[in-house]
Design a protein around this ligand. Structure first.
Ligand SMILES: Nc1ncnc2c1ncn2[C@@H]1O[C@H](COP(=O)(O)OP(=O)(O)OP(=O)(O)O)[C@@H](O)[C@H]1O
Ligand code: NI
Length: 315
C-alpha cells in the first residue's frame, strides 16, 4: 500500500502572458518509509508538485484535474480545518530557504513551542523546550541554540532546525524541496549525512526534490524524473541510474559532475521549453538526439515496463 498517491495531476498558473501548465498530468506514489527522489531541470514542475501535495499553491494556481490520495482521502478536497491538522503532523515541508519555515523575530525554541501548541499537544513550556532540545541534538545542533534567533545560526544550522521542525511531530511524509541548494558544498554534504541518518532512524517517507541527480543517487530509494511538467521516467534508483531508459534521464546523468570534479552541473544542451507554449508531441523532442516524426506528433504516455515507468516511444 502506498502512503501517498498522486493521480493525473494537472496544475496551471495564471500569468499575464496566459496560463502556464506546470504539471501536465503527473501520476506517482510514495511508499511508506521510502525516499522518493524527484529530479528535473528548473521549471520542470518539481516545486509545484510538492506545494500541491500540501495544498500550498498560490491563489493564482489552479488544480485543473487529478487527485492527491493520502490514507484514501483526496487532500485536494479537504477543508481548511482538516488540512491544518494534516500539515506538520502527517505531512510537512522543508524549503530551500530556511527562513521560509523560521520567523526571524522568534527564538528557535519558540518555533517548537508554537508548533506543539498549534497541534494541541498540551505540553508545558518547559516540556516543549525539553523536547525541542532533544530534537535539535538529533539534528546535530546544540540545545543551547534554543534561545538564539535564526540570524545567530549558520545557514547549515538553520536548515537543520528547519528539518527538525518538519520532523518534530513525527509526520509520515516530509517534502524536501531543494533543501541543500543554497548551501556551500561542505555544508551540503553534512546535510546529506543528516538526511541519511533521518532515513535510518525515522520511519518518515521523504519526497526529495532536487535538480541534482548526484544527490538523488546518494539518498533516494526510487527516483521520478520530470521534464516540462511531465513524468518521463520512474523506477528504483539503482535501475534508473545504472540503466536509464529515457533520453532525458540519460542526459541528466551525463550532466552529473564526476566525483572530485566541479560541483557545478554541466547543463544539458538546449533549453527547457517555454511552458506557455510547450512543444507538441513529446515535450523533450526538440532536445532529443533520437527524435523522429512520431515524437514530434504524438505524446508518449508513461508505460509500465517491468516496474519501471517510462514515457518514450522508443525506450
Ligand atoms: N508562482 C508562479 N507563477 C507563475 N508561474 C509559475 C509560478 N511558479 C512556477 N511557475 C511556472 O511553473 C513551471 C514549473 O515551476 P516549478 O517551480 O514547479 O519548477 P521547478 O522544477 O521546481 O523549478 P526549480 O528547479 O527552478 O525550482 C515553470 O514553467 C514556472 O515558470
Ligand atoms: Ni523548485
Amino acid at each position: 500500500m502506498s502512503l501517498l498517491e498522486v493521480r493525473d495531476l494537472v496544475v496551471k498558473y495564471a500569468t499575464r502572458q496566459g496560463e502556464v501548465e506546470a504539471l501536465g498530468g503527473v501520476t506517482l506514489s510514495v511508499n511508506p518509509g521510502e525516499v522518493l527522489g524527484v529530479v528535473g531541470e528548473s521549471g520542470s514542475g518539481k516545486s509545484t508538485l510538492g506545494l500541491a501535495i500540501l495544498r500550498l499553491l498560490p491563489r493564482y494556481a489552479r488544480v485543473e484535474r487529478g487527485q492527491v490520495l493520502y490514507n484514501g482521502a483526496d487532500l485536494l478536497k479537504l477543508g481548511e480545518e482538516e488540512l491544518r491538522r494534516i500539515r506538520g503532523r502527517e505531512i510537512s515541508i522543508v524549503f530551500q530557504d530556511p527562513y521560509s519555515s523560521l520567523n526571524p523575530v522568534m527564538r528557535i525554541g519558540d518555533h517548537f513551542v508554537e508548533l506543539f501548541e498549534e497541534h494541541g499537544y498540551g505540553y508545558s513550556r518547559e516540556e516543549a523546550l525539553r523536547r525541542a532540545g532533544d530534537i535539535l541534538e538529533r539534528m546535530g545542533v546544540p540545545r543551547e541554540r534554543l534561545s538564539d534567533y535564526p540570524h545567530q545560526l549558520s545557514g547549515g544550522q538553520r536548515q537543520r532546525v528547519a528539518i527538525g521542525l518538519a520532523l518534530a511531530l513525527n509526520p509520515k511524509l516530509v517534502v524536501a524541496d531543494e533543501i541543500t541548494t543554497a548551501l556551500d558544498a561542505l555544508v551540503e554534504a553534512q546535510i546529506m549525512d543528516l538526511l541519511r541518518e533521518v532515513k535510518k532512524e525515522y520511519d518518515t517517507s521523504i519526497l526529495f526534490i532536487t535538480h541534482n541527480m548526484g544527490l538523488v543517487a546518494e539518498l533516494a530509494d526510487r527516483v521520478a524524473v520530470m521534464y516540462a511538467g511531465k513524468l518521463v521516467e520512474l523506477g528504483s534508483t539503482g535501475e534508473v541510474v545504472g540503466d536509464p531508459l529515457h533520453p532525458y534521464t540519460k542526459a541528466l546523468l551525463a550532466a552529473v559532475p564526476s566525483i572530485g570534479g566541479s560541483r557545478e552541473v554541466k547543463p544539458i544542451p538546449g533549453d527547457p521549453p517555454d511552458m506557455r507554449n510547450p512543444p507538441r508531441g513529446c515535450r523533450f523532442h526538440p532536445r532529443c538526439p533520437f527524435a523522429t516524426e512520431k515524437c514530434r506528433a504524438e505524446e508518449p504516455v508513461p508505460r509500465d515496463r517491468g516496474g519501471r515507468i517510462v514515457a518514450c516511444h522508443y525506450a
